[in-house]
Design a protein around this ligand. Structure first.
Ligand code: LMR
Length: 361
């Protein structure tokens, strides 16, 4: 898999150039300076006429070859074709424009039109999304489509989430990556092996709670900083999907990868709601259809991308892969299910927790 950004937007700057240029400027102001964003009279203007042209800037933090990067590219291709150029999609991968620290603010304020963060990164705004961070929410990726479909209990709570809507965020789709594995410099075979280890987490109270229950110390950290933090020993380990472990080269600076399959990484494809509403009806429809096509594609490829990444990691031989027996995995699970699920019932909804627990019994 290619680790370098394969998709470089026409008018983008590198992250380094961006940061050097950026002293004192906000991201949105800088986008203006870089000549991105507004085309024609319609952008953000509230319902422009049929001839207007629009640019959707889609910012994300992974490479172009990860499940999210590939789905973003598909979205661009489909939408630019179906709108015959009335909408241009500019993709900014690899945190090169906005990273975890500022992308959510950027989509709310119109610094970009779209982002696709891990659901955990939105839990500060919308506590109900903590549901997707529950440990062992699925045991296998085949359970995911039902779990998060638009009309499932969990799906409805996300697609129609009031906290997100109140924050000018429209949920366009949910994208897959895959199951979480644990990377570390110490062999992890049982929860107790994590005792005292400093683990980088994505910012989510539910994620923090289960790692603490396993005995680990947690450090929330932006994705772009994780490789260096692992390399320099600022943290001892982290958890991620094979595709992220591979494309970020975490496997080169971690001695062990434990196949824990202990959670699922879902992305919320989020759009600036005012921008969406400013599009003429036919372009709104085209955006929805392009999202649906890109989402279907994303689901089709996510498992394969992860399995290919696992192969690359295995072939590199720089880290030992630890397979857990079903009893070993069960020990991780028993330590946090259902206790962590119940701990967040007030945020997620007791009815949803009950339904999820019933699915598992
Ligand atoms: C992470 O921060 O580890 C992931 O959520 C990054 C991503 O977007 O896949």
């Amino acid at each position: 898999m290619n680790r370098n950004p394969a998709v470089v937007p026409r008018s983008s700057l590198t992250r380094g150039e961006f940061l050097r240029l950026g002293a004192g400027l906000t991201g949105a102001a800088l986008l203006g300076a870089a000549g991105c964003g507004v085309r024609g009279a319609g952008q953000g203007g509230g319902g422009g006429g049929g001839g207007d042209e629009f640019t959707i800037r889609l910012s994300h933090v992974v490479t172009a070859d990860d499940p999210k990067g590939k789905a973003s590219q598909k979205f661009k291709e489909v939408l630019e074709k179906s709108t015959e150029g009335r909408i241009t999609v500019e993709i900014y991968p690899n945190s090169e424009l906005y990273g975890d620290e500022d992308e959510i603010q950027a989509v709310q304020s119109g610094g970009v039109e779209m982002i696709a963060p891990a659901s955990s990164k939105l839990t500060d705004i919308a506590r109900q999304l903590l549901v997707l961070d529950l440990p062992f929410i699925v045991d296998d990726t085949s359970e995911v489509p039902d779990l998060i479909s638009r009309d499932s209990t969990v799906g409805k709570g996300i697609y129609t989430n009031k906290d997100l809507a109140d924050n000018n965020i429209k949920v366009m789709g949910l994208w897959d990556n895959g199951l979480y594995q644990i990377t570390s410099n110490k062999a992890v075979r049982k929860p107790d092996d994590l005792r005292g280890q400093r683990i980088r987490i994505t910012p989510s109270d539910a994620i923090q709670a289960y790692w603490n229950k396993w005995g680990a110390k947690t450090t929330p950290m932006a994705f772009a900083e994780v490789f260096t933090a692992l390399q320099q020993g600022v943290v001892d380990g982290e958890f991620n999907t094979y595709s992220n472990i591979e494309s970020q080269r975490f496997y080169e600076v971690q001695k062990y990868i434990t196949i824990s399959d202990h959670g699922y990484l879902t992305y919320v494809l989020a759009m600036n709601n005012k921008f969406f509403n400013s599009l003429p009806d036919d372009l709104q429809q085209a955006v929805v259809e392009a999202v649906d096509e890109a989402s279907a594609y994303n689901r089709e490829i996510a498992d394969t991308v992860n399995q290919e990444a696992r192969k690359v990691i295995e072939e590199a031989g720089t880290s030992e892969i630890i397979e857990l027996s079903s009893e070993d995995r069960q020990a991780f699970k028993d330590a946090v299910v259902p206790s962590i699920w119940n701990q967040f019932a007030d945020d997620i909804g007791q009815d949803i927790i009950d339904e999820l627990l019933a699915r598992k019994s």
